[in-house]
Design a protein around this ligand. Structure first.
Ligand code: OVV
Length: 406
């Protein structure tokens, strides 16, 4: 079989256009909107000539492929490498990179530890931390929305909530960069993230051990709940690793992107300031518009047909969630940040059995911060250019110079 970048090099399906764009090039990663528009215009699927795989970006097909875990599996990896054909860089995640029925069993432990009633108990803690951080930043006024705010909040509250006090911010952010960049091809972004890797990996793996986990906190609960399992140490440790993989970069990006939405759309920030009931929807709308997890792949396990396109077995499909979330067929004026929009159905947290298991926690963190901002800040003004950060799977900012006015 012909392998390319760790997956089967497929042939162009009938009725499908070949496109020689590189979705992992710096240009596209930094300016995804033009890519999204062209991707949707070219049909339900395009053939990426450079990678010999498919991509989809219309809402309909992206949702169909993403939610059909039988035909389009995750166990062969959600990046462009096929785990059936090539060994992954780390032992596969026991939730992200497995299929039912194992997935169902493993995910339940996380779902219980992260259930809405558990998260409800953390709300006051999140709000206190948010109030404190915003008060401190108001002393400075001129801040970087990313390094001073977006990176600070989850790296403080998440380890505490989970019960991992000893872990530092740079290790968490460094690991997140590895996990997400590893989903792309062998390019500079993947290599740069991996180059910083070994010491980060050691620290992360150590953190997942029971002896390094607080008696209180969600991680402890995962150890307790898996106690009857025959492979408790491995299972619990790997599930805690999933929290560390998926819990930091995602929320850091979501918060940075939300600040960008507010700073670019002051009238929308004022709508939320004047009506606290809009906080939740302002968060959802920023998730829809900026889709922090821009794309994940699926792999077809057998020949499948979607919207008249026959997809051969072993096909990697890049499902571009950010494009589905800005499909004009689904969303009116899709690139407008509108806090009053009906946002239900966006795919930023996935759809189907793999939808984000930490979403209640993520939303609680971001909502706490948004509440503090709307209570204490009059205006969020840009004081320089927002700089995006290239990443093979995430859409996030490197820097966002802003002024917080009181
Ligand atoms: C990147 C990512 C998302 C979700 C889960 C995981 C990783 C994991 O390692 O389980």
């Amino acid at each position: 079989m012909n392998l390319f970048q760790g997956h089967k090099a497929i042939k162009i399906p009938q009725n499908t256009l070949a496109w020689d764009i590189d979705p992992y090039s710096k240009d596209v990663l930094l300016n995804p909107e033009k890519f999204f528009n062209a991707l949707r215009e070219k049909g339900p699927f395009v053939y990426l000539s450079k990678y010999k795989m498919l991509a989809c970006g219309r809402f309909k097909e992206t949702k169909e492929v993403f939610s059909d875990h039988k035909r389009f599996v995750s166990s062969r990896g959600v990046g462009i490498q096929d785990f059936k054909l090539e060994a992954p860089w780390r032992p596969p995640s026991l939730v992200l990179e497995v299929d039912p029925p194992q997935h169902t069993k493993n995910r339940r432990f996380l779902a219980q530890a992260l259930s809405p009633n558990k998260i409800a108990k953390l709300k006051d803690f999140f709000k206190e931390c948010a109030d404190q951080l915003i008060s401190e930043l108001l002393q400075k006024k001129e801040i970087d929305g990313i390094s001073d705010l977006a990176e600070m909040f989850p790296t403080k509250v998440f380890p505490e909530a989970v019960g991992l006090k000893k872990i530092d911010k740079d290790t968490l952010l460094g690991y997140g960069a590895m996990v997400f960049n590893a989903l792309g091809p062998d390019n500079e972004f993947r290599n740069d993230a991996m180059a910083k890797g070994l010491s980060v990996l050691e620290k992360i793996n150590k953190q997942c051990l029971e002896e390094n986990i607080d008696a209180k906190g969600l991680a402890k609960e995962i150890y307790q709940r898996t106690a009857d399992s025959s492979e408790k140490e491995h299972l619990a440790g790997m599930l805690v690793r999933s929290l560390l993989s998926a819990g930091i970069d995602t929320t850091v990006s979501a918060i940075g992107n939300l600040l960008w939405c507010f700073s670019e759309n002051p009238e929308q920030f004022h709508l939320v300031k004047n009506d606290k009931l809009l906080v939740g929807n302002a968060v959802e709308e920023s998730l829809r518009l900026t889709s922090p997890v821009k794309a994940f792949c699926r792999t077809s396990t057998k020949e499948a047909e979607v919207s008249g396109v026959v997809i051969e077995e072993g096909t990697k499909i890049l499902c571009v969630l950010g494009s589905a979330n800005t499909d004009p067929e689904m969303w009116e004026n899709p690139y407008k940040y509108d806090v009053t929009r009906r946002t239900i159905g966006h795919l930023a947290l996935g759809v189907g059995v793999h939808n984000c298991v930490g979403q209640t926690l993520a939303r609680a963190e971001i909502a706490a911060l948004t509440s503090s901002l709307t209570e204490r800040v009059q205006n969020i003004k840009p004081r320089g250019k927002a700089i995006w950060k290239p990443n093979n799977a995430m859409r996030s900012l490197e820097s966002l110079p802003i002024i917080l006015e009181t």
